[in-house]
Structures are given as structure tokens and as C-alpha cells.
Design a protein around this ligand. Structure first.
Ligand SMILES: Nc1ncnc2c1ncn2[C@@H]1O[C@H](COP(=O)(O)OP(=O)(O)OP(=O)(O)O)[C@@H](O)[C@H]1O
Length: 394
């Protein structure tokens, strides 16, 4: 009998477990392969339970599924904790539950292709194979997006206009433009700029009719530092672009007066229109981040003191910026050791201490806690992601 990829993957684990005298258990009791211990290679039966019980109650995964209205999920956290794996597994779960889904990487160091084991590079929407409903992936090329932004701004306020203004005797305006330092901003973009441009690019895609079918959009975002700066960036860019556009208006009225003397035509659609569009999209990015109806930021972490402290800071910053956060995924939790493996026992003890911190952390304790075990197979490809999605998203 030909099995679909997920049952095949689960069956592989199940057979391996049965071979060792265990059986796969549904729901709260699950068998996880445990190969992290170098001395022995075995399977252990673990109880999937919450170490910390969140005070606030958030509906389960069903709540994420209901409503056909478009929803955005942003997964973020410290580098290497499993953001991509969680984002990709969420996208697979949405698609397999009937939601046409788009998963987007806005992390300049993309790993969606690795996670899906499929080439998703190129900056265009690529269908992911092996899922029930349409699932598309998009890896935004930040260099390309930044270049577009640079071209638009240079045409409007860069050296071209500056030289022109100098030649027209509008040196004062040229100096004001220089003060904006937009060129500098683009030459050495602050962390977060790539991300903001990438997200605005996605919104640009989604404005078109062609992409109206997507009811779930999952963002695999860049590590925490970028996210924090991203939150304040739309305001900053909005202000910068606003200044440029104001200056552009002044320049246009001055130059059109001169041009009209020489009978020159003004181009109808110019770079400032593009910049205005970009500005509008930035405003949309800002609004999107704060829209409790359609957006949720999911924090992904691992059970270490450093990662949990960073998650706490991230949560506080998101709260300050009014970004809706409900869930905290603690990934790579070691199953209880059934053997006398000292390394495993120590490691787990250490992880439990870190997990307990969540209960007393004012920023994290009210979030719905989701624990995902450390598994011994690399989470790559749709079958593996489907397997992970069954553990994480329920
Ligand atoms: N629960 C898990 N059990 C075992 N391996 C895992 C688990 N979660 C993630 N991994 C593995 O950890 C590695 C890093 O995961 P992933 O790329 O999802 O992290 P990330 O946070 O997106 O990283 P980056 O910050 O570099 O983008 C991958 O090899 C992935 O397969």
C-alpha cells in the first residue's frame, strides 16, 4: 500500500519503535526516538506535559484554523532555536487543514529551502510539493528589494536630483536632502530594514488579485535583534519618506516653473509615486503588526536561561509596541531519561530549571506554553514537518 509522506514518516518511527518493543501512542503519550545519547541508541516513552502552566488560557490550534479571513502568523526568536522548523510545520498544518497558505522567509539567511528540502530560492512564489491544499513558499531576496528601494529614493532625493538642484541654484534644498542621509541608510542598512522591506514586498504581492486565495500567511522572521528594530523601523522610514516627499513637492513646484518656461513636459508617473506607494506599504506593515484580529506573533525559544531571558525581552518589546503575542514554543525539550545516562539527566535537569523560569517570568507566564521535544531525526521535508506539526500545533 502506498502511504502519503506523513504516515510513511510516522510509520517509519512506529516500526522502529515496535522493533524495540514499544508502540506509538497517540495524544499525550508519544514515543520519541532518542539518539542524543551517544552511548545507547533507543526509544523512550515520554509524557508530553507542560512543566509550566500558563495562567492565561488561549484556545488550541483549532482557534488558529477557524475563520476563513486572512491571518498572519509571525514566528520569531533567538537564532537557531527552530523558528524555520516551527514556521514551516505550521504552514504545512494549515495547508493540510484546508487553508491555502503562503510561508515567507524574511530572514536574510534563508533556510526555508533546507527545511522543505526543496529549492525555493529566486524571490518568487514556489509551490511546495506533498501537501493537501495549496502551499506556496517565498524567500525574499533582501538585496533585490533594497536595490529597488534605493533606485526609487535616488531618483527622488539622491545625487541625480541634488546635482540638478545645484545647477538650478536650489542649493539649500540640496543641503536639506543631504541631511536626510538616506543614501547612507541604504549603504549600511540597520538591522530590521531588510525585514521591513521584505514584509512590505509581501504586502505588495498580496495586494494583487492573483494572491487573494491565501487565507494564512506564515512569516519565518530573522532573529530577535532584527525583529526589535523592525518594530520601530516603519515609523522611522515613514518619517524619512515623508520628509523626502515633502521636499520632492517643493522641488517639483520649483522645477516645473522653470521647465514650463522652456516648454518641457513633466513625466506623469515618477519615482515619487513609487516612494509614496512604499510609504503606504510601510504604514500597512506597522498596522499589520498591531492588528489583534489578523496577526499573531509566536515566540520560539529553547529551554536555556539565555534563550528564555531573550524571549522575555522580546515579549516585553512586543507588548510595548502593542504587537499581539499569545503563544510561546519551547523547542528541543529533552525527554526524561529512562537510563543512567548522566549527560541526559544533567541536561534535562538544566532544561527543567530554565522551563521553571517561565512560570515566574512576568512577561512569559501568561502565554500559552507549547513544548516541542528534541527529536533525533533532522526535521527536513514535508513528511518530517507534518510529523512536527502534529506535536507542536494541537
Ligand atoms: N525539535 C527539534 N528536534 C530536533 N532538531 C530540531 C528541532 N527543531 C529544530 N531542529 C533542528 O535545528 C536546526 C535549526 O532549526 P531552524 O533552522 O528551524 O532554526 P532557526 O531558529 O530558524 O535558525 P536561524 O536563526 O539560523 O534561522 C535544524 O537543523 C533543525 O532541523
Amino acid at each position: 500500500m502506498l502511504l502519503s509522506p506523513a504516515p510513511q514518516f510516522a510509520r517509519r518511527l512506529s516500526l522502529a519503535a515496535a522493533h524495540r518493543g514499544f508502540s506509538m501512542r497517540p495524544a499525550s503519550q508519544t514515543v520519541y526516538p532518542m539518539r542524543s545519547c551517544a552511548i545507547e541508541r533507543r526509544f523512550v516513552v515520554i509524557q508530553v506535559r507542560s512543566v509550566a502552566t500558563p495562567a492565561g488560557s488561549v484556545a488550541d490550534f483549532d482557534e488558529m484554523l477557524t475563520s476563513t479571513k486572512r491571518k498572519y502568523y509571525m514566528l520569531g526568536g533567538k537564532g537557531g532555536v527552530g523558528k524555520t522548523s516551527c514556521a514551516a510545520s505550521l504552514a504545512v498544518k494549515f495547508a493540510n487543514n484546508g487553508h491555502p497558505t503562503l510561508v515567507v522567509s524574511t530572514d536574510p539567511a534563508h533556510s526555508l529551502s533546507d527545511s522543505f528540502a526543496q529549492d525555493l530560492t529566486g524571490g518568487t512564489l514556489i509551490p511546495v510539493n506533498g501537501v493537501d491544499s495549496p502551499l506556496f513558499a517565498l524567500e525574499i531576496n533582501p538585496d533585490k528589494a533594497r536595490e529597488e528601494f534605493r533606485t526609487a529614493s535616488q531618483k527622488t532625493g539622491g545625487t541625480g536630483v541634488k546635482d540638478f538642484m545645484d545647477s538650478m541654484g536650489l542649493g539649500i534644498l540640496a543641503d536639506q536632502l543631504g541631511e536626510l542621509k538616506l543614501g547612507e541608510l541604504l549603504d549600511t542598512p540597520p538591522p530590521g530594514l531588510d525585514e521591513a522591506i521584505a514584509i512590505s514586498k509581501v504586502l505588495q504581492f498580496l495586494e494583487s488579485q492573483e494572491y487573494s486565495m491565501f487565507s494564512r500567511i506564515v512569516f519565518d522572521t530573522a532573529p530577535t535583534g532584527h525583529t526589535l528594530r523592525l518594530l520601530s523601523l516603519p515609523d522611522f522610514l515613514d518619517a524619512s519618506i515623508g520628509k523626502i516627499l515633502k521636499l520632492k513637492k517643493k522641488i517639483t513646484s520649483a522645477t516645473s516653473a522653470i521647465k514650463s518656461v522652456f516648454g518641457q513636459e513633466e513625466p506623469r508617473e515618477d519615482a515619487s509615486d513609487k516612494l509614496e506607494q512604499l510609504r503606504e506599504r510601510m504604514i500597512k506593515v506597522r498596522e499589520l503588526f498591531r492588528d489583534t484580529e489578523s496577526t499573531e506573533f509566536v515566540i520560539v525559544t529553547i529551554p536555556t536561561v539565555m534563550a528564555i531571558n531573550e524571549s522575555s525581552r522580546l515579549s516585553a518589546s512586543l507588548k510595548k509596541e502593542s504587537v499581539p503575542v499569545k503563544r510561546l514554543i519551547v523547542n528541543q525539550v529533552l525527554p526524561p531519561s529512562a537510563s543512567d545516562c548522566k549527560f541526559c539527566a544533567m541536561k534535562r535537569k538544566d532544561q527543567m530549571r530554565a522551563l521553571e523560569m517561565i512560570q515566574s517570568d512576568p512577561e512569559l507566564r501568561n502565554l500559552k506554553l507549547i513544548q516541542a521535544p528534541l527529536v533525533d531525526v533532522e526535521i527536513r521535508g514535508v513528511p518530517a514537518l507534518r510529523f512536527m506539526s502534529e506535536i507542536v500545533w494541537k
